[in-house]
Design a protein around this ligand. Structure first.
Ligand SMILES: [Zn+2]
Ligand SMILES: [Zn+2]
Length: 362
């Protein structure tokens, strides 16, 4: 095996991500070594470096990825050398209370872990890998339940997106909001997840899909994804949404930003008795306020959707089939194809609200 590889590492909080030479561990029983072939730049990676989250360091970034299995440890049954796999940052243990009660996306063995050690080292010091993956690197070492084999015909770059943005976005529509034909859906925040929500809402038969972003430049992407309306976000958002939904507000608003201000805006854009689905992951100290009376009188439902509320082992292969059958078009999602060293520039584009997904090819 190759002992050393290149990865994108943040050494200390507040310092820029830079390429570093990392040493791979010998793999143990139940582990799989994957050569990463494509990795998407997700907003959660930006949250690891901009202070929204406080992960341990040194930290290898990246978690939305696909690649090829190059080595399997003892007792591994899920994957074989040569398999093409999507990496799963929330692998289900199938044994905890949540897994045994049909909610593997809340698996208590991995839920909420920003980063962990996987045996990879930097100058002899253990490094942490983002969400148990650390995919902005030539290789990853993960437990076998963190790989999901997919058909070889699916390109690595689209496969990578299935592992986070697409699963999260389609799952929010299908599993959490359960959008019905003819309903109106507002989507706030048009990054990779938000655009996946737009596509999935349209595919679910939503009558109106109103895409909202702070950047006018997202209009073309929103329309390519299937939005019927595009609105630039402002303080008058709820008024604007009401004017487009018979003065009622939307049946569903799906918030893909993760900020108190946009959750409040989503709440106000939703009709009485409608549902707000929060997909965005925000900061621990960003407080959202609701009065006791409005919670009662609006009769709205406020729900979070974690990782698409999906059983990844079933839904990732199903999404792969949808892509191969032409039922799910993801081509508009990839706006930039880049190298590992270009990830910091991709973070800058993301922070400025430009483009959809940047995908690293390795
Ligand atoms: Zn992600
Ligand atoms: Zn579990």
């Amino acid at each position: 095996m190759t002992d050393y590889m290149t990865g994108l590492v943040v050494r200390e909080p507040g310092t820029p991500a830079a390429l570093a030479e990392l040493k791979l561990p010998e793999i143990g029983p139940g582990q799989v070594r994957v050569r990463v072939r494509a990795a998407g730049v997700c907003h959660s990676d930006l949250s690891m470096v901009n202070g929204t989250l406080a992960p341990p360091h040194p930290l290898v970034l990246g978690h939305e990825a696909a690649g090829e299995v190059v080595e399997v440890g003892e007792h591994v049954t899920r994957a074989a050398v040569g398999d093409h796999v999507v990496l799963n940052w929330q692998p289900a243990c199938r044994a905890c209370w949540f897994c045994e009660h049909g909610q593997p996306w809340l698996c208590s063995t991995s839920h909420g872990v920003a980063a962990m050690q996987s045996g990879i080292t930097l100058n002899g010091e253990p490094v942490h890998v983002t969400l148990g993956v650390g995919a902005f690197a030539e290789q990853v070492v993960v437990p076998e339940n963190a790989v999901i084999p997919v058909p070889r015909q699916l390109g690595f770059d689209l496969a990578a997106l299935l592992g986070c943005a697409v699963l999260t976005g389609t799952g929010a529509v299908r599993n959490t909001a359960q959008v019905e034909p003819g309903e109106s859906v507002v989507v706030v925040g048009l990054g990779g997840v938000g655009l996946s929500v737009v596509s999935a809402a349209r595919a679910a038969g939503a009558g109106q899909v109103i895409a909202v972003d702070v950047s006018e430049a997202k209009k073309g992407l929103a329309e390519a994804a299937g939005a019927t309306d595009f609105v630039v976000s402002s303080d008058n958002l709820s008024k604007e949404i009401r004017s487009r939904t018979n003065r009622l507000g939307a049946d569903h608003t799906i918030e893909c930003v993760g900020r108190a201000s946009t959750i409040r805006a989503a709440w106000r854009a939703t009709r009485t008795g409608g549902q707000v689905t929060v997909v965005g992951m925000g900061a621990a100290d960003d407080m959202v306020q609701f009065s006791a009376l409005e919670i009662f009188s609006s009769a709205r439902i406020l729900r979070a959707s974690v990782y698409g509320q999906a059983d990844t082992d079933l839904e990732v292969p199903a999404l792969a089939r949808d892509v191969l059958d032409g039922k799910l078009n993801l081509d508009h999602l990839i706006t930039d194809r880049i190298g590992l060293a270009d990830v910091p520039a991709a973070f800058d584009r993301m922070a400025r609200g430009e483009g959809a997904r940047s995908v690293v090819s390795l």
